[in-house]
Design a protein around this ligand. Structure first.
Ligand SMILES: Nc1nc2c(ncn2[C@@H]2O[C@H](COP(=O)(O)OP(=O)(O)O)[C@@H](O)[C@H]2O)c(=O)[nH]1
Ligand SMILES: [Mg+2]
Length: 203
């Protein structure tokens, strides 16, 4: 799937040829790489709601193992990618922590699917996210394993077992900093979502 950047008019407005918009959620616990993934694929300057972490984050968002993490997403990330002259994807990144679940409720409405980003150094953190997607039902999702230098490596079968995923839930290994890697994850999700719903929904 080509990114179709040539179709994007100067100034970053949506091309007049676009007839359909598709919404995708990017969810995951604090520090898994949501902002990085959206930033690596977005053709517009991603809207970020990052704030420098302060002492008030202590005990709320754990920095254990995240030496370079200095900001936290307060509400959401927003990005856009034109995948053909007629179709544009909107990406909404939202934190997985339980306290953000109300935010998701609205965002998940009409979404074609969700990318659940996981960090194998803190695998247990993604259970909250997976639980919430299961509770909601109906939003197809793919699991994206964002690999950090010190991440333990598990193969897809082990991860499927550990995360108790259905046999057909896609598992993708990704480097969220690399545009093509992030695009591959999005393509996998969209292809999977199309097999589960048989149609695209609009925003
Ligand atoms: N090595 C490596 N570092 C990454 C990757 N993705 C994100 N990071 C770094 O991990 C930290 C957390 O990423 P961020 O996108 O802010 O996480 P978020 O809280 O989920 O939005 C940042 O310092 C990123 O630069 C990746 O794929 N590989
Ligand atoms: Mg973020």
């Amino acid at each position: 799937m080509a990114s179709g950047n040539s179709e994007v008019p100067a100034g970053g407005y949506v091309a007049s040829t676009v007839k359909q918009s598709v919404k995708i959620l990017v969810v995951g616990h604090f520090g898994v790489g949501k902002t990085t993934l959206i930033g690596s694929v977005s053709e517009i300057m991603p809207l970020r709601t990052e704030e420098l972490m302060t002492a008030s984050s202590v005990g709320v968002d754990s920095l254990a193992g995240l030496d370079h993490k200095r900001t936290t997403t307060v509400a959401l990330d927003f990005g856009r990618i034109t995948i053909s002259p007629e179709i544009v994807l909107y990406l909404f990144g939202t934190p997985g922590q339980r306290r953000f679940w109300n935010l998701w409720e609205g965002l998940a409405e009409g979404a074609v699917g969700a990318l659940v980003i996981v960090d194998t150094r803190r695998l247990e953190d993604c259970f909250e996210v997976l639980d919430q997607l299961e509770l909601r039902g109906g939003t197809p999702f793919a699991v994206v394993v964002n690999q950090f230098p010190d991440s333990p490596h598990y193969d897809a079968a082990k991860l499927r077992q550990a995360l108790d995923l259905l046999p057909d839930t896609p598992i993708v290994f990704c480097d969220a900093r690399v545009r093509q890697s992030s695009i591959d994850a999005l393509v996998t999700l969209v292809e999977y979502a199309l097999t589960t719903t048989g149609q695209k929904e609009t925003v």
